[in-house]
Design a binder for this molecule. Structure first.
Ligand code: PLP
Length: 224
């Protein structure tokens, strides 16, 4: 198993290297390994291979893995939709980053609960830039206003940038359009302190990086 994971990781790092230099030599890309198709054993092995940041899309799973792998210095990201009844639990877990802050309503609820516990939480605003009904996230049209509104109204939330999931299609031009739109919004938000543009998954991370992504979330291509 270790050799297969090593091979997968090496291949991804190589591909990222090719893609990132098309932006410029100083463009650094962070890899978050998404564990939803894997087990704790594989995560541990990946850690031994040098991987540090891991993402989960369910609070329950995130909690279990954070507990069971507590002895390892891992950085945990929540990347899936956060239900309001899971907010307290997530705050207790203190993840490094909530990538899926997807509405002003959730932001206000989070802020209230964080305030009660005197805690802060780093978050990305999720943008539904492909405008797909099945996906959560704020609309691209409103993203900049909502970002600034959250910054103003929710002092317990540290907004670090934006996240999107590429358009769900085989049409590369469509996927590219959704990444370019998200990156354009990110560019505008840099003046408000945005430093993270999270886009790209197993099937589209190279394209996402060429569109300016500096954080990719990769699951199946690493673990399968
Ligand atoms: C599952 C998931 C990923 C990783 O998906 P792969 O296609 O397996 O790389 C990335 N981001 C989110 C939000 C996910 O839910």
């Amino acid at each position: 198993m270790k050799e297969k994971l090593r091979k997968n990781l090496d291949e991804i790092i190589w591909n990222i290297e090719q893609a990132r230099v098309t932006i410029n030599e100083h463009h650094i890309v962070k890899v978050v390994a998404v564990g939803k198709y894997s087990n704790e054993e594989s995560i541990k092995t990946l850690y031994e291979l040098g991987q540090r940041a891991f993402g989960e899309n369910q609070v329950q799973q995130l909690q279990q893995r954070m507990q069971n792998l507590e002895e390892l210095p891992l950085e945990w990201h929540m990347i899936g939709h956060l239900q309001s009844n899971k907010v307290n639990k997530l705050i207790e877990l203190r993840p490094a980053l909530l990538q899926s802050l997807d509405s002003i309503k959730l932001a206000k609820l989070l802020n209230k609960k964080l305030e009660e516990k005197n805690q802060k939480l780093s978050c990305l605003l999720q943008i539904n830039s492909a405008n797909e009904e099945s996906k959560s996230g704020v609309s691209a049209d409103e993203a900049i206003d909502i970002y600034q509104e959250i910054k103003e109204l929710c002092p317990q939330i540290r907004l670090k940038g934006v996240m999107c999931i590429g358009a769900h299609t085989k049409n590369i031009k469509e996927i590219q359009k959704s990444f370019e739109l998200t990156h354009k919004i990110y560019d505008v938000l840099k003046k408000d302190g945005a430093t993270i543009c999270s886009m790209g998954m197993s099937n589209d991370y190279e394209l996402a990086i060429k569109c300016g992504s500096n954080l990719v979330r990769i699951g199946s291509k690493i673990f399968n």
